[in-house]
Design a protein around this ligand. Structure first.
Ligand SMILES: NC(=O)C1=CN([C@@H]2O[C@H](COP(=O)(O)OP(=O)(O)OC[C@H]3O[C@@H](n4cnc5c(N)ncnc54)[C@H](OP(=O)(O)O)[C@@H]3O)[C@@H](O)[C@H]2O)C=CC1
Ligand SMILES: CC(C)(CO)C(=O)C(=O)O
Length: 320
């Protein structure tokens, strides 16, 4: 099975590392700076908050896919670009796939899959989710800062990938219906913007009552929208999604006692939106908090907290 990771950055390199270590033939489609960095450091180093540490060199790294002489198309392509980058690669995906290829879109938020799926009816289109945090560190090291395993939509390719990843000890979850997985992840991603605004590691940010209350309010809006739209949410935490705002609103001492799992994260973990702001890149706020506002409007549910978060992030994006 020939696999490509299209847009190998934080999550893409982490996934590439696990797939290489699980025995797959993996090509990275990445920026020249990423390729240079990986070669200079003799490969991709994967580490995690529980002490895992391993380095692996991907067999191929392609920096200009539209010019590359590719004689065999890829069987599986994981798209690990940011949401707003997805729609621009439709033509290039058609050129490097065959009729039984699987293209797996790994974006957070809502709307990026819809921006491309109609242009790609020739092969299998799937969705996936990275439920954990990955921080790119110096020396081409990619650090997993929270718990969880890659979660993919089921088909014959992902079943083979799951079997190999489980054998290697990495784990991998498969689901037929990805919608509750994606909607449920959005609930957790409502903290991405707040984490970026706080400029603190997630663990430290969540220790502040005021920040937790703001997250609880943003989550309540999404839960209200989901109720109005009859949207089902996957449960990622020990408690049901509907209970999260209440747990987050507990005073510090009670929260620390009751939310042990939520706080079992690397003290350095930061949201991907924080990484975007620091790197002065466009954020995914329109696909996350913006999606809550958009669907809220459709169902007549008010979402002023998420609207205000979108505005604050837009201001940060414009700062020099
Ligand atoms: N990081 C995290 O912890 C998590 C992220 N996610 C989600 O996963 C998705 C991917 O995020 P993440 O891995 O952080 O993103 P990154 O920005 O780290 O990775 C995307 C990479 O693709 C590169 N790229 C963009 N366009 C092209 C192109 N045409 N050809 C080749 N390379 C290209 C980008 O370069 P450049 O920057 O120069 O554009 C970047 O290096 C997002 O939707 C995110 O929300 C989900 C869970 C956790
Ligand atoms: C893992 C999580 C929820 C928070 O870091 C994330 O998805 C992100 O950073 O984009």
């Amino acid at each position: 099975m020939r696999i490509a990771i299209y847009g190998a950055g934080s999550t893409g390199c982490y996934l590439a590392g696990q797939l290489c270590l699980s025995g797959f033939d993996v090509s990275l489609i990445c920026r020249p700076t990423m390729k240079k960095n990986i070669i200079a450091n003799n490969g991709i180093t994967l580490s995690d908050y529980q002490g895992f540490l391993q380095t692996v060199m991907p067999p191929a790294m392609i920096t200009d896919i539209d010019q590359a002489p590719i004689d065999i198309p890829f069987d599986v392509i994981f798209v690990t670009l940011k949401c707003h980058q997805v729609s621009s690669i439709a033509k290039s995906l058609i050129a490097i796939t065959h009729s039984d290829s699987s293209i797996i879109f790994m974006q957070n938020g809502l709307g990026s899959f819809d921006s491309i799926n109609q242009s790609l009816s020739h092969c299998n289109l799937l969705q996936g989710i990275t439920p954990f945090n990955v921080l790119q560190q110096p020396n081409s090291r990619f650090h997993k800062g929270t718990e969880g395993v890659f979660t993919l939509q089921t088909n014959h390719h992902t079943q083979a990938i799951q079997a190999a990843m489980i054998k290697q000890g990495f784990g991998c979850d498969l689901h037929q219906n990805m919608l509750p997985i994606i909607y449920g992840k959005l609930l957790l991603n409502l903290n991405n913007a707040l984490n970026a605004l706080s400029d603190l590691p997630i663990k430290q940010q969540l220790s502040h009552y005021a920040s937790r209350r703001q997250l609880a309010r943003a989550m309540t809006e999404w839960l209200n929208v989901c109720e109005a739209a009859d949207i089902e949410l996957h449960q990622y935490t020990k408690v049901k999604p509907q209970w999260l705002p209440l747990i987050l609103s507990l005073p510090n001492m009670l929260f620390t006692l009751l939310a042990k799992q939520m706080l079992d994260i690397d003290p350095k973990a930061r949201s991907s939106m924080w990484q975007d702001i620091k790197a002065k890149r466009q954020t995914e706020v329109d696909f996350i908090n913006g999606a809550v506002v958009k669907i809220g409007k459709k169902y007549g549910v008010k979402t002023p907290v998420n609207q205000s978060i979108v505005e604050q992030i837009k201001q940060l994006e414009q700062r020099d």
